[in-house]
Design a protein around this ligand. Structure first.
Ligand SMILES: [Zn+2]
Length: 290
């Protein structure tokens, strides 16, 4: 078919195919992967919100909270040496119906992740690495889209994800394809994704067996830690409340203490992913932090 471009006689025989190919090559050039950025970038995607039916598991009353609604973002880290998806939002793109928001359990989202990636020049196939803060349903919605990436996961988290019977706190169908992904098991406290200390996955177990947070050293924004579910509500941090539903509450307390110490040492901001008010203030893709 390549000959079409060079041989007009052969082309004449397959005019239709050539026209289709020409169209395809235009489409391909429009979706060519974004060039790696010269320096680290962080994109925040709109993953919609969670209308929490009952705040009592967080040991907080609705009147304790600025908002009981949670945001549910996911993130793309673009580094000169590759890309990392951090979490996979909530509602699978495949469950959106044209013209209406996507829903899953008590989550609602208005934009697909694929469309938000496309807006900044990426397709899911372009992504080098996938890391999930943890395996709960509201963090793994589109994990299957990234089955072609290298999955960075602690052994204990991988184990609970594929346990039988599956945990009711997740949606196994939304990450089943990761079972066959190229996988790097994270066995140390810190994992330096690109080898230059600017993107570091930090073990912070407790909320789940292999829960983790993400440290980013952004040149202009300064250092940032993406919380996973180390906290859900900012009031949890202020009032020192540990949810009753933690996998291991003692571990959560220890992980929180270690991360708080790390924040002090580095001067990093903590972005609580589910903090509805905090998340609303963040610039969303196609804008980015650098
Ligand atoms: Zn969770």
């Amino acid at each position: 078919m390549e000959n079409c471009r060079f041989d007009s006689n052969r082309c004449a025989l397959v005019l239709t195919a050539c026209a289709i190919l020409a169209g395809a090559s235009v489409a391909m050039s429009q979706t060519r992967p974004a060039k790696p950025p010269a320096s680290l970038r962080l994109y925040v995607f709109d993953g919609g919100s969670l209308n929490i039916p009952d705040t009592s598991p967080y040991q907080l009353r609705k009147e304790d909270l600025a908002s009981s609604v949670m945001s549910a973002p996911c993130f793309l880290v673009a580094h000169p040496r590759g890309t990392l998806m951090w979490d996979a939002c909530v509602v699978p793109d495949s469950s959106f119906k044209p013209g209406s928001p996507g829903t899953l359990r008590y989550a609602t989202a208005t934009k697909t992740l694929t469309s938000q990636l496309a807006e900044i020049g990426y397709t899911p196939k372009d992504i080098s690495y996938l890391a999930l803060s943890h395996f709960h349903w509201d963090h793994v919605g589109n994990a299957n889209l990234f089955a072609g990436a290298t999955w960075l996961v602690p052994p204990a988290e991988r184990e609970i994800m594929f346990a039988e019977p599956p945990s009711p706190r997740t949606e196994p169908a939304n990450f089943s394809a990761l079972n066959n992904s190229k996988t790097t098991l994270l066995t140390k406290a810190d994992y330096d994704v690109f080898g230059d200390q600017t993107v570091v996955i930090k073990s912070a177990p407790g909320h789940s067996p292999g829960h983790q947070v993400l440290f980013l050293k952004l040149a202009k924004t300064g250092p940032v830690v993406l919380s996973g579910d180390l906290y859900h509500y900012p009031e949890e941090r202020k009032l020192n409340k540990v949810p009753t539903t933690e996998f291991n509450a003692e571990q959560t307390a220890a992980s929180r203490a270690a991360v708080e110490e790390f924040l002090k040492k580095t001067g990093a901001q903590l972005w609580i992913q589910h903090d509805f008010t905090g998340n609303a203030k963040l610039r969303k893709a196609p804008a980015f932090y650098e």
